[in-house]
Design a protein around this ligand. Sequence first.
Ligand code: IMP
Length: 203
Amino acid sequence: MKIVIATKNDGKISEIKDFFKAKGLLDLIEILIYKDFSDFPDVKEGSRSFLSNAKIKARQIAKYCGCWALADDSGLAVDALGGRPGVISSVYAGTDASDADNREKLLKELEGIRSFEKRTARFICRMVLWDDKIGQVNLSTGICRGKIGFKEKGTGGFGYDPLFIPEGYNLTMAQISQPEKNSISHRGKALKKMSGFLAKQLY
Ligand code: IMP
């Protein structure tokens, strides 16, 4: 079975590959990524929901690659900001924004929230597995709750990880190992459900 990961985000790719490897599924599933194809498309998402964005990515990439596509649309919802940045997490500070630009903007927007207890947030991941002929094969969701710190800490992960302190931790998501992140993260939880589904197809 071949599955292409429908993203060019190397952080997501690394976590997804590691997850499948740890589950022993890489012997049974060949994981393909954007580098395995020439002219892998840049998909325009443009929807207001994580789920429809995930479906848009999965559908277009499955069609382009001719095999099953696994898409993850994810983001950070901060309570004090009414759920922002949400679906625009990757472009919060502008269409060409880097992860560092987005983190800087987030810290600025939260400057007025001095109480750590009020800096609650959650990462959300909607994951879709898509077959070009059948359409949606499976979908899963994962949520990871935590709080936004006052300054960046750690060098691991990607995106908002250096600012996100998961519930029950004193460290940011960028200060824990990738296997540990996968065991508690929104993506790890969605992957756990997805891999349960895949395992049933394979065994
Ligand atoms: P997407 O590629 O449209 O799904 O955008 C995902 C964006 O959400 C990323 O670019 C990050 O800004 C943020 N994000 C999603 N998952 C994570 C994570 O695991 N850690 C940190 N930031 C994340």
